[in-house]
Design a protein around this ligand. Sequence first.
Ligand code: DC
Length: 240
Amino acid sequence: MYLRFMSSSQKIIITIDGWSSCGKSTLAKQLAKELGYIYIDSGAMYRAITLYFLRNHVDWTNIKAVKEALTGINIEFIFNPKSESSETHLNGENVEYVIRDLVVAEKVSEVAAIKEVREFAVKQQKALGKNKGIVMDGRDIGTVVFPNAELKIFMTADNAVRVERRFKELYEKNPNITIDEIKTNLEMRDYIDSHREVSPLRQAKDALVLDNSQLTMKQQLDIAMKWVRERTRAIPSPFG
Ligand code: DC
């Protein structure tokens, strides 16, 4: 346990951006646990919106239909003590697992590229960070959502490592899934996420890069915690 008893006035905002499946959420959860912070998976919001659009046959090429559909969406993150993590709820239903399906993954980048969808999600993300003490991961968290965050991490990992990690994760749920399907999906999402017009994936100028291709979970946490300590030392103590 590192800084769990840090005074609330010293709490910071930590952003983790990067490519799909390079371990952003794993690190974000580790940090949130160590620090007693809230963890928010911003990608889960885009996935929940995509799920809603798919279930309700919303034509997301029609902006009027998108705007109307968004008025019917309520996303909440509710802490589950069993999984020790906050889980995504869409209009009162726990969708934490179903939003990870490949059916959603295949469409989410398209949906996340829509300006109105991003405005809807970013507004809620900003509100979640108003008391600090938060770790949020995504694609535009350090650049758009919290441009003044105290610690910005940009994560990356070798492509082969990322594909293998995602394969292991999805294979447990669906043994019919193939490496090729995963590889194609990751490449497509990375392309759309980094080439879209509205807030594309970019490394913030002041972000610290963490390549975890060869790191264990403990090693990546140690590096990130060192950065946290450096950043929190820079914040003046309220006790002088
Ligand atoms: O992190 P993830 O794979 O669950 O994200 C799902 C998709 O949502 C991803 O393809 C890009 C998009 N996304 C985004 O555009 N902006 C964010 N802040 C987070 C995710």
